[in-house]
Design a protein around this ligand. Structure first.
Ligand SMILES: Nc1ncnc2c1ncn2[C@@H]1O[C@H](COP(=O)(O)OP(=O)(O)OP(=O)(O)O)[C@@H](O)[C@H]1O
Length: 275
């Protein structure tokens, strides 16, 4: 068995999310433009964790922001459950690198905020809030304020708050980028646990190869200038399984080969960017 399968054909018929021939140009003023994304086509399947990996500036965040409906594609379209994405919506929850908890609300207040706005009855709201606080292991901290929490705990609040809105898709832009290595490791394992427990479809932007391989059921590798989907990689060495233990994945036959392969892709991109 090889370490990875490289997908060349896209089957959009059963996909949860379809990024279909999407390009994006930004205006830089005075008639100047930048082509951030030239052509991007890929799918995300139901319950999949899809990681988007690539060097800085290759357009990862732009693709994610288009999935969220925060940017409009210049050409092409994005579809969630067959519906074209036309703007931000509760069905797509986003977690950013910067901590985005409301400082004036407690952990409980933060997690139940969206449900309160959406008129979820109090009893149901309280029960779901507790369920998601438990999911991210923050029991006992319900009445704490974000300023009393560590970076990893704040990010767990952000994840619980987003999941409590029951999104069809969880979008994350380098959510663990600001965390120290040990906390990051725990958060990655927690995310796999959440994906397994809550059956959530997730898309995560990262420039960390290890994170992309450990978390990704599928890795969308992007190249830069302009941003394109260079390769879609399925880490076959995991044999379709998810492992909460990251150590176990890093020790599997095939992990090292895929890591080396992706490192080479990154280096090729790096030397192309320098030219
Ligand atoms: N609002 C904007 N206006 C103009 N250019 C933009 C805008 N947003 C992104 N860009 C440009 O589009 C390109 C892709 O940016 P993007 O942030 O998507 O890349 P990225 O891969 O997420 O980078 P990083 O890993 O550094 O966050 C870059 O050249 C960036 O300067």
């Amino acid at each position: 068995m090889s370490a990875a399968q490289h997908i060349n054909t896209i089957d959009a018929s059963s996909a949860k999310m379809v990024v279909d021939g999407v390009s994006k140009r930004f205006s830089l003023g005075k008639g100047r433009e930048i082509q951030a994304i030239a052509e991007a086509t890929f799918t995300v399947e139901e319950n999949e964790i899809c990681t988007i990996l690539g060097s800085s500036g290759c357009g990862k965040s732009t693709v994610l922001r288009m999935m969220a409906g925060l940017e409009t594609p210049t050409t092409g379209e994005l579809r969630l459950d067959g519906h074209v994405i036309a703007g931000p919506d509760r069905e797509r929850g986003m977690v950013f690198q910067a901590y985005t908890s409301f400082d004036w609300l407690t952990v409980r207040g933060n997690v139940e905020y969206g449900m309160r706005i959406n008129g979820v009855p109090k009893q149901e709201r309280r029960a779901r809030t507790q369920e998601f606080i438990k999911l991210v292991h923050l029991e006992g901290f319900e009445d704490a304020y974000p300023s009393q929490l560590s970076g990893g705990m704040k990010q767990r609040v952000a994840i619980a708050r987003t999941l409590a809105n029951d999104p069809a898709l969880l979008l994350m832009d380098e959510p663990f980028g600001a965390l120290d290595a040990e906390t990051r490791w725990h958060m990655q394992e927690l995310l796999v646990d959440i994906a397994e427990t809550a059956n959530t479809t997730m898309v995560m932007v990262t420039h960390d190869i290890e994170e992309a391989i450990y978390l990704g059921d599928k890795i969308v590798f992007m190249s830069s200038h302009p941003g394109r989907v260079h390769e879609i990689i399925v880490p076959e060495f995991k044999q379709g399984k998810r492992y909460v233990s990251k150590e176990q994945v890093l020790g599997l036959d095939g992990y090292g080969d895929l890591e080396k392969y992706i490192m080479r892709l990154m280096q090729e991109q790096g030397s192309k960017d320098e030219r």
